[in-house]
Ligand binder design. Sequence first.
Ligand code: THU
Length: 129
Amino acid sequence: MAQDLFEAARAAMTRSHSPYSHFPVGAAIRSADGRVFSGANIENAAFPEGLCAEAVAVAAMVMAGQTRIAEVAVLAEKKALCPPCGGCRQKLAEFAGPEARVWLCDADGPKTAMRMAELLPAAFLSTDL
Ligand code: THU
């Protein structure tokens, strides 16, 4: 994985609004055309209204006109390797093929790559509708 994706996720994490969990997360997505979109978790006093970092990055990508994910990087300040939550796996799978890599990163860089199909086996996708 190119370092730029990790650096985008790490930079995004500094924008985290997480005064309730105190668990900052950053995510970055490289779209199929090579552009990078990032997001941080944005929490809310009404707790269920919070947004995950991956969801914010997906939204940024889609609003820029991109709908194919090439690879993803995720990191959390307080956890060495932060696996995307279940809801985020579904959000990523909407735009990422089964072979797309999701890089779990620590503070120094990418450590482990997981395939989208490993993260969300038997995914419910548009082809199921
Ligand atoms: N969080 C993410 O941003 N992404 C994940 O995949 C896991 C969880 C956020 C949500 C909440 O703001 C905080 O981490 C603690 O759950």
